[in-house]
Design a protein around this ligand. Structure first.
Ligand code: ADP
Length: 447
């Protein structure tokens, strides 16, 4: 097992990884920008190294600086968390080339899944169902129009290098294709330095269902059930739950087994997530994330399995500590992503936290780097806390979530706590009756 791990991230996920390391008796090294000197992940870690100025490209995305920090601190392994360098195959390669272990999949699997076209082709070869669409990147307007006529309008233009919903444009009709095509390409170019795009049928009312998987890299693999992440705003997840209120046992077992089978055939190593859209009883693969997800705690809550510990164990070469029959889904869990944003306008609102009182009690977990007096820097993601609640049933979970959201105090900045209170008071949500467009209709972004 490792003696020392460098955590190449910040915020709640850096804390999350630190906690898993601590329980395993592993020393931690935090890295931070000059804007994060007082951050909780720096305070809790055993050691810390400043890796550069505030902009992420100069610090949290600065590969040479991170590798120097790892060398100076003498670590055995590096955990990338999510976001930043977590799905950067070049980083994974450089980590290994410098003699450290990358806590994650192989660079080959990262780049395979990072290219959406290759990912879809691979998924198809593995027997996973796909959304109908272009087999490769689309080069011309004529191609998009021909495809739209074939699979039916509307269609969705997506970036080959996509992520975070960027470079995605819905095209309602052939007349609208030209503008959407150039907008999607420009956005993809700006976000990913790659303007290649492809086309999928735009599903009218799907749910986003994803399967958590673990593989040992040698052909053993399991799934840990699904998460329903249909509550989204601008293709970004806002609230997630496990299990999905929309699946029956047959559907659940079918998609879980397909995902686990894919992991075994790929000889995938570590934790990953296969994302699907689900509509009218059918699943459609959209992508695989080759890292830990923000919403991983709801899976931990219903399985009792520490996913970060499993990632570390697998990276250290230990066999998978479980078989499929050891994994039992119990009860229900919901996560609310709490952002430092106005709950109606969604304008980011970083600033000083003057009062911080997280909820507690049975079945309540708060993952956050906030503390009273903390000054949130404006440079990074606006998510400041995750509230994860579980209970023996969905109803119990909802009752507990309502109580926890009432108790939660984050003073000094605007947060999306009122939005979550509103969501869970809606009858459609209480009934589990929502799709990926539901939240945008609720907040007035969509008709
Ligand atoms: P990204 O990598 O940018 O996050 P994804 O492919 O994971 O892109 O899609 C993000 C979200 O966009 C999905 O969760 C879903 O809400 C929406 N989406 C993606 N593909 C489709 C589609 N074919 N039809 C309708 N909505 C889609």
């Amino acid at each position: 097992m490792f003696d020392k791990v460098l955590i190449a991230n910040r915020g709640e996920i850096a804390l999350r990884i630190h906690r898993a390391c601590r329980e395993m008796g592993i020393q931690t090294v935090a890295v931070h920008s000059t804007a994060d000197s007082d951050a909780m992940h720096v305070r809790l870690a055993d050691e810390s190294v400043c890796i550069g100025p505030p902009p992420a490209r100069d610090s949290y995305l600065n590969i040479p600086q991170i590798l120097s920090a790892a060398t100076i601190a003498g670590v055995d392994a590096i955990h990338p968390g999510y976001g930043f360098l977590s799905e950067n195959a070049r980083f994974a390669e450089a980590v290994e080339a410098h003699g450290f272990t990358f806590i994650g999949p192989t660079p080959q699997h990262i780049s395979m899944m990072g290219d959406k076209i290759v990912a879809k082709q691979t998924a198809h070869d593995l027997g996973l169902p796909l959304v109908p669409g272009s087999p490769g990147p689309v080069e011309s307007l004529e191609e998009i129009i021909a495809l739209g006529e074939k699979i039916g309008w509307p269609v969705l233009i997506k970036a080959v290098a996509g992520g975070g919903g960027r470079g995605m444009k819905v095209v309602e009709s052939p007349e609208a294709a030209a503008e959407a095509f150039s907008l999607a390409r420009a956005e993809a170019k700006a976000a990913f330095s790659n303007d290649a795009v492809y086309v999928e049928k735009y599903l009218a009312r799907p749910r986003h269902i994803e399967i958590q998987v673990l593989g040992d890299g040698l052909g053993a693999g399991v799934h840990l059930g699904e998460r329903d992440c249909s509550l989204q705003r601008r293709h970004q997840k806002v609230l997630e739950e496990a299990p999905s209120p929309a699946l029956n046992t047959e559907q659940r077992n079918r998609i879980g087994e397909l995902a686990a089978d894919a992991v075994r055939k790929l000889k995938y190593r570590g934790a990953g997530t296969l994302e699907f859209l689900f509509q009218d009883g059918e699943f459609y693969f959209i992508e695989m994330n080759t890292r830990l997800q923000v919403e991983h705690p709801i899976t931990e809550a219903v399985t009792g399995i520490d996913l970060v510990r499993e990632q570390i164990r697998i990276a250290a070469g230990a066999p998978l500590g479980m078989t499929q029959k050891d994994i039992v889904i119990q009860g229900h869990a919901i996560e609310c992503r709490i952002n430092a944003e106005h709950p109606e306008t969604f304008i980011p609102c970083p600033g000083k936290i003057v009062d911080y009182h997280p909820p507690g009690g049975l079945g309540v977990r708060v993952d956050s780097g906030l503390y009273t007096g903390y000054v949130m820097p404006p440079y990074y993601d606006s998510m400041v806390a995750k509230l994860i609640v579980n209970g023996t049933s969905r109803n119990e979970c909802l009752m507990r979530l309502r109580r926890s959201l009432e108790e939660f105090v984050i003073g000094g900045i605007d947060t999306t706590i009122p939005l979550h209170r509103r969501i869970i008071g809606e009858q459609a949500f209480i009934d589990g009756d929502y799709d990926i467009h539901w939240l945008e209709k609720l907040v007035g972004l969509k008709k």
